[in-house]
Write a protein that binds this ligand. Sequence first.
Ligand SMILES: C=C(O[C@@H]1C=C(C(=O)O)C=C[C@H]1O)C(=O)O
Length: 384
Amino acid sequence: MEERLMNEKTTAELENLRGLIDGVDQQLLHLLRKRLDLVAQVGAVKHGAGLPIYAPQREANMLAKRREEAKAMNVAPQLIEDILRRLMRESYLNEKDVGFKQVKADLGHVVIVGGEGKLGGLFSQMLTLSGYEVRSLDKDDWLNSEAIFAGAGLVIVTVPINITCDLIAQKLTNLPANCILADLTSIKTAPVEAMLAAHSGPVLGLHPMFGPDVGSLAKQVVVVCHGRDSEAYQWLIEQIQIWGARIVETESTKHDKAMQLVQAMRHFSSFVYGLNLYKEEADIESLLQFSSPIYRLELAMVGRLFAQSPELYADIIFAQEESLVAISDYLDNYSQALSLLKSGDRDGFVAQFEEVSRWFGDFAPQFQRESRAMLQSVNDMKTG
Ligand SMILES: C=C(O[C@@H]1C=C(C(=O)O)C=C[C@H]1O)C(=O)O
């Protein structure tokens, strides 16, 4: 269509400029190749020295300098920052090609109970890339479990939450005395207690705060709840940090309380949102056509839930009885807010809104800034 409206001169000019742009893009591509090669060399040096690829301080310095230079060249600083951040993500992904430093060489092997699960698979991959021998123990392997556990230096339990504690109590009572017992469950109090009761050696609870589809652990958070004998498993914490993750140490009760909101309530309301679209027989195709970027992001958040296993979400939502309180409170607040609407109390709504804004404080503008970048990339992803 565009071409039809143009006269020959315009067409020639555009063709010429587009050719030049193609040339610049090709140069960019060559520069990217060059950068990837240099980063790979950095990766090899760091690997040799046992350093993690992810270097937050170097990144901050580099970004600050490039932003300054961009300003001086009349290039939007955010543009170079976006590009460099995307490139750095690539650097973390490529680290998997060289592998990671092994912090504890004399461990013996690792057993992942539930290694065929997605998260188990991810940890198995990361440990293997770090030089450990990893064996998976799944449903059909219990007859051989004695042989599998013999000589193990680390056992990681990553099975559905609703069977975690029983499995620990019934099947993990005869591990080698010095073996470390850890779990990856998304609640911590009950599993850590069960591990402490079943095993007299080192125990720790871990909660990776991400799904198994992350390409790299760089910048991801892993929660650690200490159980027993932390010197014995300090190396594991260092190993996880070498993978680029940030460790957040906390009390299991505090963690579990946060999960009632961060996971149970949040996922439950996403579930209801999806349920509601279904019951309203919403036409997703046309909703997408009318969608603003924030709505699209919200649909993505809700829709991705239904691309995953219902058991996983049932486990997370049903994991703690206390979550029922958080979820019921949400319903109460919804009802109260709805009554403002029903009674046409616009002023009441505005007053309530302002009260919540004040409570959010500096977080509100912070979240607005963060979402701006996300919304822009949501918009970039559009193809039509
Ligand atoms: C390449 C390095 O490693 C990582 C990747 C970086 C990059 O892609 O520029 C920068 C810092 C590190 O997180 C480095 O340390 O220079």
